[in-house]
Write a protein that binds this ligand. Structure first.
Ligand code: UD1
Length: 434
């Protein structure tokens, strides 16, 4: 199992580039199920979740090609869906596999998808996906750990989400585009990743109004066609780099990002005393150096402060002077990083959904364990400022969503290297898929 070795103390200086958004790429790949034609996706990040989704689609009969000259470009063709089943072996490693439920039933009239288990950051049910599909006429049964959905053709419906859900909105949007008649979706997630998916679907011939807002209106069509689409930059990877620049007192330019999607994080970094400048539409420069100040955060749906940046922000808060309150409102149990940060010397107390962080704490290097994707990022950030050499175990969590982060950070001056190398190379992946 790979580990990271990180020696803290170096300010990060230079330019780091952001990859495509994993959370846009996953639903966009699932959207390929909706057509017999070829979908070309560009700017796909080279991360483990994308490999998992490729395996998932291949196992259903999709043909997938990676462009040798441009490995972030992938063509997917679901001409035949010989086996419309999302198997447990794959779903258990990636909860977002439930994103294939909507497109499978819309295209094939039948879908079998393993129920995702609980995961490290809370129960994360998919009841809202199921309820929406039932309202559209699907008959859903549950047996042997699988959901089985059947329908002649989905019918447009009036869907009101009880709770805002990102993949739930995406799943039902993909179902609605091929349903008969109009679907009105209310209280939708407004995350940029939903808008990304909607843009691809529109390029495929779908009729969607209001993408990126809380109300979407979809006129179902009988079929969709092939399209080419470029995935937007990953705002969470970009935000993680901004914090890396600020926490190390560096001077870091985060390039190939979309600052318009990062306002909540940028504002909070400024409030905490970092100097942040936005350059045009695709770069942000962060300068640290002075004493950081405590600033509270409260996670919310977009455009609020993202839950996917909470753990990383907490690492920063350990270095800020004063008391920072970190409130987690989206997921229960999303404080797995706290104990590990405490082992490095952070002063954090958790009560219910609020963590109280007192700083600045002098962090000292330690052997720590990554527990989930963003918790891993928080430990990397803490290790970058800790005194001595930290060893981070289970970095496969990190590889789920960050493309070779150790190479990107080393490129701007971090002392970080990977021990072991079980992360598959592109060659390995090709063999595995073909
Ligand atoms: C997506 C993101 C994840 C991010 C999260 C919140 C992807 C692949 N993942 O996850 O990185 O942290 O949004 O921004 O895009 N809920 C229900 N019933 C449902 C669905 C959700 O109760 O059927 C609840 C969840 O338990 C949670 C809340 O709704 O408390 C939000 O979850 P949701 O937006 O669905 O998260 P994901 O889409 O799984």
């Amino acid at each position: 199992m790979d580990k990271f070795v990180i020696r803290g103390g170096n300010p990060l200086v230079g330019t780091v580039r952001v990859s495509g958004a994993k959370n846009s790429a996953l639903p966009c790949m699932a959207a390929a199920i909706l057509t017999e034609d070829e979908i070309t996706l560009e700017n796909l990040p080279h991360v483990r979740d994308i490999n998992t989704e490729r395996k998932l689609l291949s196992s259903m009969g999709a043909e997938i090609w990676v462009d040798d000259t441009k490995p972030d470009r992938v063509k997917i063709c679901c001409r035949t869906l010989s086996d419309p089943v999302a198997k447990y072996e794959i779903v258990k490693t990636m909860r977002a596999s439930s994103l294939v439920l909507g497109p499978l039933i819309a295209r094939a009239g039948v879908a079998r998808v393993a129920m995702p288990g609980g995961c490290a950051i809370g129960g994360r049910p998919i009841d809202l996906h199921i309820r929406g599909l039932e309202k559209m006429g699907a008959v859903i049964t549950q047996e042997h750990g699988y959901l089985e959905a059947r329908v002649e053709r989905l019918l447009g419906a009036h869907l009101v989400f009880d709770k805002i859900t990102v993949t739930g909105t995406e799943d039902l949007l993909m179902a609605a585009v091929l349903a008969e008649g109009e679907t009105l979706m209310e209280n939708c997630a407004r995350e940029p990743e939903v808008a990304d998916l909607a843009a691809l679907l529109i390029a495929m011939g779908a009729k969607i109004e209001g993408a990126g807002t809380s109300t979407m209106r979809v006129q179902g069509v009988s079929s969709l066609h092939g399209a080419r689409y470029r995935i937007n930059p990953d705002r969470i990877e970009a935000g993680t780099f901004l914090i890396a620049g600020a926490i190390t007192g560096g001077d870091l330019t985060v390039a190939d990002c979309n600052p318009a999607h990062m306002s909540a994080v940028i504002n909070k970094l400024q409030e905490a005393g970092a100097r942040v400048d936005v350059f045009g539409t695709d770069a942000v420069r962060v300068r640290g150096g002075g004493q950081l100040r405590a600033a509270d955060i409260s996670t919310e749906e977009y455009p609020g402060f993202p839950t996917d940046m909470q753990a990383q922000y907490m690492a920063l808060a350990t270095q800020a002077e004063g008391v920072s309150l970190v409130e987690e409102n989206i997921f229960e149990n999303r404080f797995m990083h706290v104990q590990e940060l405490a082992r490095m010397g952070a002063n954090i107390k958790v009560e219910g959904r609020t963590a109280t962080v007192r700083g600045p704490a002098k962090l000292s290097a330690a052997a720590v364990m990554c527990s989930d994707l963003r918790a891993s990022a928080s430990l990397v950030l803490a290790a970058l400022v800790a005194d001595g050499e930290s060893i981070l175990d289970r970095v496969y969590h990190m590889d789920r969503g960050y493309e070779r982060i150790e190479e990107k950070l080393a490129g701007v001056g971090a002392q970080i290297y990977r021990m072991g190398n079980v992360f598959p190379t592109r060659e390995d992946e090709k063999t595995a898929i073909e």
